[in-house]
Design a binder for this molecule. Sequence first.
Ligand code: XMP
Length: 323
Amino acid sequence: MSNVRPESMQRINNEELANAFIAEQTKALKEQIGDNKVLLALSGGVDSSVTAALLIRAIGKQLTCVHVNHGLLRKGEPEQVIEVFRNQMDANLIYVDATDRFLDALAGVDDPEKKRKLIGKIFIDVFAEEAKKLDDIKFLAQGTIYPDILESDGVKAHHNVGGLPEDLNFELVEPVKFLYKDEVRVVGKALGLPDSMVYRQPFPGPGLGVRCVGAITRDRLAALREADAIVREEIGKLEVKPWQYFAVIPDMKSTGIKDGKRYMGWAVVIRAVNTIDAVAADSFDIPTDVLFRMRNRIIAEVPGVNRVLWDISDKPVSTIEWE
Ligand code: XMP
């Protein structure tokens, strides 16, 4: 099948066009899949969520979604995937909490590329193990979108976790492969996905793993997850939100003082950027009251943290993520 977006394809920028796309794809998916079964790795990101919702519309329970929790998801993410897909959309959803497997393997690993590779490899292993437990799966659905095809030879963006388990021999189903990101969002909204999923800010496949700098420990990761939830909640209240905003926890401690005694605690870094394409990015000018509210909450609510910093660096030279 061609990997070039048909020239006749209109830009999907409203509900009517989204509904027409959904109707057309539903029909095409039914034809392609017939009575067969389809498997999908559902991360909860925009692309895989819209792919899942489209397939649920077309083939219902012939689709099995596997949501692998690698222990590096943000606060509330696995719960949201279960709520939306299992409870609201009545999908077949296998939830695998593989946190221990990932975090045990990552213990002591501080090299960023090794961390990424390990997370990617275990992800594929876990997914393949789940796939092998299921009978008669013929197709593998993937949330490939058009920029993935343009940028990386049709493989889901190079630094996304996941990929096709090579020994499983599935045929591919890629219903949103000719859509740009903004179109995927319009389609997701028309399919009834919640705004918090459809307008989710970009989140790396290796998740909080790239923001828990150095060798990941469970306690520092837990502090990062809480601090990140506070940053997302407070900056998320702004009328005009930056493109990406999150917390980072460096692998260092500095002195704090509590009840007249000195102690060592972690520092949390707040990062918020605006960008068009993630190739270059400007640090977002966070209003002072929001900064101070985040500082107060992080210090009060996140055990082990005694310092809050704001990363005001632009890209280049600083990348958006810290690893
Ligand atoms: P950098 O840090 O290179 O990030 O300025 C550019 C954009 O890519 C995202 N990013 C990742 N996404 N897996 C992903 O799926 C990764 O390993 C990864 N690293 C960076 C980052 O969040 C930003 O939006």
